[in-house]
Design a protein around this ligand. Structure first.
Ligand SMILES: [Zn+2]
Length: 407
């Protein structure tokens, strides 16, 4: 059990109140037990660790609700090698980027479930994981070259595959209804993959077992089909229509727009962060052309969803994870979200999407203490989230960059 930790004199962005305020936060046993406003000092307690956060902004840890742990791709990597790589990447997201929780969108061999258990038990240091296991697609489906996609064909086979995932310990089921931006010629985002019988069977077994469906749906027909069948979240939604937006609202479902997939090409990158990312990722020109052909409509549907008040959370689908959330947050703002909207999408709303709103996502008494401290006010400029000073998970200090960053 984590001991008593007292964070004094921070500018607190609790993701509830509209503005930052000066406050001290007392954490005990991994939970926030007291928040003192203004300059009131918490009672001295023996054995407590006190950290002075003067000059820093304190806020909930960041979330990324659409992640893949793989980076870089190592052809022919064994399961053991993948496991080590994923553990390192996930750990780095926590300690280097302040990403305290993620929802996985496709992980081979249920490595995400194994990592979740290891991180929860404190055997390894990493973010909280909401695990989806394999990305369930079809033969001639999407992402088959990644190693995390499992092709399934026929209604009965979907039922079996989903039951196997449930038995393996996943928190949700990822279904791949359409093609995407990255893939061969027969894998385009306007292609839908499931037969009607496969769709019915897959969603029916998820409903029966109380499993939320995370639906990769990149065209309007697939978005609508997923929502009518009870999808919990729609991922990507590059192309939607009025009816799809209305259904998102009506069904109280979530939209995770993954802007980075279409927005991060060499000709669109503007910030230093974006330029470095596109150079390092080095996607082929053909993929960049597909992204650029889709970006206009994707941006328009994101903006319309934002305006319509659709429930949205921040998920990047980018890698490596240490860069992913911050890039996606920057793109939300570039596309017209306010810094506060982007920050709430990456904290409070992401926690709600994952069913963890009672425990996480804001800085409030009673909640688990997953917190970050950054230099500067991210509500003025979200890039300040990159100036990470401290990361606290479960009430424990897991990264301290105050010296290194000259804070
Ligand atoms: Zn993905």
């Amino acid at each position: 059990m984590a001991g008593r930790l007292v964070l004094t004199g921070a500018r607190l962005i609790d993701c509830v109140a509209p503005d930052p305020r000066e406050a001290s936060v007392v954490i005990d046993g991994g939970r926030i037990v007291e928040i003192l406003d203004g300059r009131r000092a918490p009672a001295a307690a023996t054995g407590a660790t006190v950290i002075d956060l003067a000059g820093l902004h304190l806020l909930p840890g960041l979330w990324d609700v659409h992640v893949h742990f793989e980076w870089p791709r190592v052809p022919e990597a064994s399961i053991a090698e993948l496991t080590l790589q994923y553990a390192a990447n996930a750990g780095e997201a926590l300690t280097e980027a302040g990403v305290t929780a993620v929802r996985t969108a496709g992980t081979p061999h249920l490595i995400d479930v194994a990592l979740k258990r290891a991180f929860d038990a404190g055997r390894l240091v990493g973010p909280r994981i909401f695990a989806g296991g394999w990305f369930l697609t079809t033969t001639a489906g999407h992402a088959l070259a990644t190693g995390f996609a499992r092709p399934v064909d026929g209604p009965d086979a979907f039922v079996t595959a989903i039951r196997e995932q449930i038995q393996g310990g996943v928190d949700h089921i990822k279904l791949n209804l359409t093609g995407g931006i990255i893939g061969p010629a027969w894998d385009r985002h306007w292609h839908s993959f499931f037969t009607p019988a496969e769709l019915e069977a897959a969603f029916a077994i998820c409903r029966q077992r109380g499993m939320r469906v995370m639906a990769h749906a990149a065209n309007a027909e697939a978005v609508k089909a997923a929502l009518r069948l009870g999808a919990h979240s729609v991922e990507h939604g590059y192309v939607m229509d009025d009816e799809a937006l209305a259904l998102l609202c009506e069904r109280d479902a979530w939209y995770v727009p993954t802007l980075g997939i279409t927005h991060l090409t060499p000709s669109q990158a503007t910030s230093v962060r974006e330029k470095r990312y596109v150079e390092e990722r080095g996607l082929p020109a053909s993929v960049n052309a597909r992204a650029e052909a889709a970006v206009g409509e994707h941006r328009a549907w994101f903006q319309r969803a934002l305006k319509a008040g659709v429930k949205m959370a921040l998920g990047s689908d980018l890698r490596p994870l240490r860069d992913a959330a911050l890039l996606e947050i920057g793109l939300w703002v570039k596309d017209g979200a306010t810094p506060r909207q982007a920050l709430l999408a990456a904290t409070r709303h992401a926690a709600a999407l994952c069913g963890a709103a009672d425990e996480l996502g804001t800085v409030e008494v009673g909640k688990k203490a997953d917190l970050i401290a950054v230099r500067g006010n991210p509500l003025d400029d979200v890039e300040r989230l990159g100036e990470l000073a401290l990361v606290i998970k479960d009430g424990r200090l897991v990264a301290d960059h105050r010296e290194r960053r000259g804070v």
